[in-house]
Design a protein around this ligand. Structure first.
Ligand code: MG
Length: 252
């Protein structure tokens, strides 16, 4: 009886053509590779690519620097705010965001002084520090030579920019920075190092480069790798009155 049962099931399968196509893969239909859910979130872009999209955190809108920023000690920033921008005041030290970040897209605009003072690293020097450790150099390199891995758009002393896209001193310039924070092994070494892409005035100057370690003025970056969590964006006081405006960030 059991045998007859199996035979009749097999006959039934054959009748419905179950065994008809065993030679190749099932034919694909377009909708089989379409993914609908979850729906991609909607973001309203800024009026221009310079303006913050709807999901950005505005870190400085030209007015109140103390809302999102502190000085290095956690107090009021000592930099000068006027005419919609904030300017380094020599000796006041860094300013840094109160919020801390991991992976992000950052837009920041900067201007080196129109009055040219100094040469090489002494002209319009500041910097955007990612997680307070990794410097994207700000420097007036318009007709101003310096070491290639320390000029504007460099990951300071680690990666020279692909090109020099500087505008003249006194003109506003943009950085768009896409940053992926490091992930760590238990022993404090990088599991994956931090990586960064930088557009300077819309021109690609860093293409997803890997950092070797925190920025060092003197020494080997690898030696100072230490496990860390989320960090602020900080801006450098290098003694030159560099200005910043229109700073916004999107957490990724
Ligand atoms: Mg600097």
């Amino acid at each position: 009886m059991k045998k007859i049962g199996i035979i009749s099931v097999l006959l039934l399968f054959a009748a419905f053509g179950v065994f008809a196509q065993t030679d190749g893969p099932m034919p694909m239909k377009p909708e089989m590779t379409e993914i609908w859910d979850p729906e991609v979130p909607v973001v309203t872009p800024g009026v221009t690519p310079l303006n913050a999209p709807s999901d950005a955190i505005v870190l400085f809108d030209g007015e109140d620097i103390g809302r999102e920023w502190t000085n290095g000690q956690g107090g009021e920033p000592g930099w000068k705010v006027e005419e919609g921008c904030v300017t380094v005041v020599r000796g006041q030290g860094i300013i840094k965001t109160k919020r801390v970040f991991e992976d992000f897209q950052l837009h920041i605009e900067w201007r080196s002084p129109s009055e040219i003072v100094g040469t090489s690293q002494g002209r319009g020097n500041s910097g955007v520090f990612l997680q307070e450790r990794y410097e994207v150099q700000v420097l007036d390199n318009y007709d101003n030579r310096t070491y290639r891995n320390g000029q504007a758009g460099s990951v300071y002393k680690q990666h020279a920019p692909l090109v020099n896209a500087c505008k003249a001193p006194g003109e506003w310039q943009t950085y768009d920075i896409i940053y992926t924070a490091p992930r760590f092994n238990d022993d404090g070494t990088y599991f994956t190092p931090p990586t960064v892409t930088v557009l300077h005035n819309g021109v690609l100057v860093q293409n997803n480069v890997k950092m070797r370690g925190p920025t060092e003025y003197i020494g080997i970056p690898e030696y100072s790798v230490k496990k860390h969590g989320p960090g602020s964006i900080s801006l450098q006081d290098h003694g030159n009155p560099v200005s910043f405006r229109n700073i916004w960030i999107r957490e990724l």
